[in-house]
Design a protein around this ligand. Structure first.
Ligand code: HEC
Ligand code: HEC
Ligand code: HEC
Ligand code: HEC
Ligand code: HEC
Ligand code: HEC
Ligand code: HEC
Ligand code: HEC
Length: 407
């Protein structure tokens, strides 16, 4: 009889022990499985992994063209914009040949898998003009995606192994490989991922500059900086890349130094007063949201006037009754699909004087002729107006057009 309390006591002790042990075990299981404190050895996981914890950023990013640059046409044939129904002499392939699309805005090009590589098919669709244009002659060397395009249109590209993690400009194209970050020890989230805002401004701009540029990687084989974003921290783009320049590649620039060809925004910008003053890409462009045309922080003159509060309506700025800053300071020098569909990022005023010197607007575009292109507005008159306006001694009445003005 007197053993009973002891047995009860033993049972109570055992139960408590079991409860304690299982709680500890359960707690251990529930603990975050964080393993990493830094970015060493990180690999690419894809943007969808980031959605788990950064859902708003993710959903916003899906509204940008970055997210849609390269799309799987087999998974979703609706991403094909080109007209494959009407007959065309220029288009030598069919919808069924298309594995991926490239681009949405100015032109669309098409990729077909061949062996372990992708071939860029030989015609592009110019979206605004609704027409096909030959991209390269069919008898010429095929253009291979991993060699000539890959790293700028997809994320986690390994041209050696001919693999990529994700089509399009995913989160990790700008933030670096994220496998360590998604399994960071709590408190080490910041140490496990690149946040451009924590880099010096000009180093952060290089991240954008790794694609919005043109040139060759250090091996001379690839058209993009292979290996650039896979390293930790403030990598110097120029250890990976040799960009084109007006000196070595005069066919890609105008005499004025402004770009002739597309995806050279970084090269233009580097020459600008903005670069010198630390006005980087992200001062004017939103990053994760695509709600405005060209992802600008503000629309129209408001963007420029948000900083240039003292630009008065004096001198040349007095010629017009409207502002239209970019028409003079971002002249249409660049071509993506059709002549002059894009603008220069040097922010320099392109004077008609240089057009005269170079032998016409076709040889050197300028800031005024974009609008004053009628044959009755000679370039010499435009130069005259600028000089008159600059000397603040504007003859009145005056006109850009040669019409008789009664005294
Ligand atoms: C398991 C949840 C989780 C996942 C998945 C995740 N993150 Fe994070 N991330 C965090 C937390 C927590 C922070 C810290 C927030 C803070 O301190 O304000 C953070 C911060 C960041 C920061 C800011 C770092 C800084 O220096 O301020 C960036 C950039 C970032 N994450 C990018 C990514 C990317 C890219 C991915 C996908 C590869 C991703 N995250 C996936 C939880 C996550
Ligand atoms: C085109 C480059 C680019 C892409 C793509 C991109 N980011 Fe960012 N991200 C940046 C830059 C630059 C910053 C620094 C913010 C700034 O300058 O204001 C940033 C900042 C962040 C931050 C820090 C919080 C903040 O807003 O300052 C988080 C979190 C983040 N990004 C998550 C993501 C996720 C998730 C994705 C994918 C869905 C993504 N980013 C895609 C460039 C990019
Ligand atoms: C150094 C990076 C880089 C390389 C290499 C590159 N591109 Fe691009 N590409 C860009 C950037 C940046 C843009 C967008 C900016 C612009 O339009 O100026 C772009 C835009 C495009 C567009 C137009 C997108 C649209 O919406 O209109 C197409 C199509 C395209 N590229 C195809 C190609 C093909 C095909 C190759 C290879 C033969 C290639 N690119 C090589 C960076 C690159
Ligand atoms: C001072 C403001 C400013 C800065 C700095 C700036 N941009 Fe822009 N960018 C603009 C404006 C404004 C447009 C829209 C032009 C239009 O409406 O046609 C634009 C257009 C673009 C476009 C669309 C295609 C094109 O070329 O017109 C791309 C891509 C682009 N910028 C990339 C960049 C990159 C990359 C950087 C940094 C190297 C940068 N921008 C710096 C103001 C800026
Ligand atoms: C991995 C390459 C890559 C990186 C890094 C990159 N971009 Fe882009 N960007 C592109 C490509 C390719 C396009 C063309 C997308 C299209 O037209 O479908 C583009 C388009 C744009 C556009 C035009 C959007 C529009 O609506 O017309 C802007 C603005 C831009 N990028 C700014 C930036 C800025 C700012 C950064 C740095 C924070 C950056 N990009 C980093 C490749 C890149
Ligand atoms: C974030 C602020 C900011 C924005 C936005 C901005 N700028 Fe600037 N800009 C500057 C700074 C700073 C300088 C350096 C010279 C100075 O202090 O005036 C500069 C210089 C310039 C210059 C050269 C001035 C000179 O003395 O040669 C021009 C032209 C110019 N900006 C035009 C523009 C245009 C056009 C826009 C709109 C597309 C714009 N800026 C948007 C800050 C800005
Ligand atoms: C009709 C063409 C034209 C328009 C429109 C125009 N500019 Fe200018 N801007 C010029 C010329 C020409 C200069 C003199 C610089 C030169 O000769 O290189 C100049 C000079 C500047 C300068 C440097 C000198 C100064 O006055 O501070 C800034 C900054 C500037 N413009 C900003 C702007 C802004 C902001 C807008 C829009 C509100 C604008 N411009 C609209 C033609 C124009
Ligand atoms: C965005 C288009 C655009 C650009 C760029 C442009 N103009 Fe004009 N220009 C106009 C329009 C529209 C008018 C008539 C309405 C007005 O004056 O506001 C005009 C009027 C004029 C006039 C007549 C003014 C008057 O009082 O009768 C002169 C002179 C002139 N422009 C010279 C120039 C010069 C020089 C440049 C280059 C520095 C230039 N424009 C750039 C569109 C433009």
């Amino acid at each position: 009889m007197e053993k009973l309390p002891r047995i009860i006591g033993l049972i109570i002790v055992l139960t408590i022990a079991i409860i304690i042990i299982t709680t500890i075990k359960l707690k251990h299981k529930e603990a975050p499985e964080g393993e990493f404190k830094d970015m060493v050895g990180a690999s690419y996981v894809g943007s969808f992994e980031c959605k788990k914890c950064h859902e708003r950023r993710y959903l916003e990013w899906t509204t940008t063209l970055h997210s849609k640059m390269m799309q799987d046409a087999k998974a979703n044939p609706l991403v094909i914009i080109g007209d494959f129904d009407s007959p065309s002499k220029i288009r030598t392939f069919n919808k069924e040949d298309v594995d991926y699309t490239l681009g949405n805005q100015w032109k669309q090009q098409y990729l077909k898998k061949e062996g372990d590589d992708y071939v860029v098919l030989p015609a592009q669709y110019n979206i605004g003009a609704h027409e096909w244009e030959a991209y390269y002659p069919a008898d010429k060397q095929k253009r291979l995606w991993f060699k000539e395009c890959g790293g700028c249109h997809a994320t986690g590209v390994d041209p050696g192994k001919k693999t990529f993690k994700e089509p399009g400009i995913g989160c990790e194209a700008c933030h670096g490989p994220g496998s360590n970050h998604v399994r960071a020890i709590p408190g080490f989230e910041i140490a496990t991922i690149i946040n451009p805002v924590r880099l010096p401004a000009l180093a952060a701009a290089q991240i954008c500059g790794s694609c919005h540029t043109k040139g060759k990687d250090k091996s001379g084989e690839y058209a993009y900086p292979v290996g650039y974003m896979t390293t930790r921290g403030v990598a110097n783009l120029y250890l990976y890349f040799d960009p084109v320049s007006p000196k070595n590649n005069p066919e890609m620039f105008w005499q004025s130094g402004d770009s002739k060809e597309y995806h050279q925004q970084y090269l233009d910008w580097q020459k600008s007063q903005h670069a010198k003053a630390g006005v980087t890409c992200t001062k004017c462009h939103t990053i994760h949201t695509g709600t405005t045309m060209f992802q600008t922080v503000m629309v129209g003159d408001a963007l420029c006037k948000s900083c240039h509060t003292t630009t008065g309506y004096r001198g040349v700025h007095r010629i017009h009754t409207f502002g239209s800053c970019i028409d003079c300071h971002m002249a249409r020098t660049v071509t993506s699909a059709v002549t002059g569909d894009l603008r220069s990022h040097t922010f320099k005023f392109a004077s008609p004087e240089l057009s005269i010197k170079m032998g016409g607007v076709e040889k050197q575009p300028n800031s005024c002729s974009g609008c004053h292109k009628h044959k009755d507005t000679p370039l010499t008159d435009l130069v005259g107006f600028i000089d008159a306006a600059k000397s603040a001694d504007m003859p009145k009445p005056w006109s850009a057009h040669r019409r008789e003005v009664s005294p």
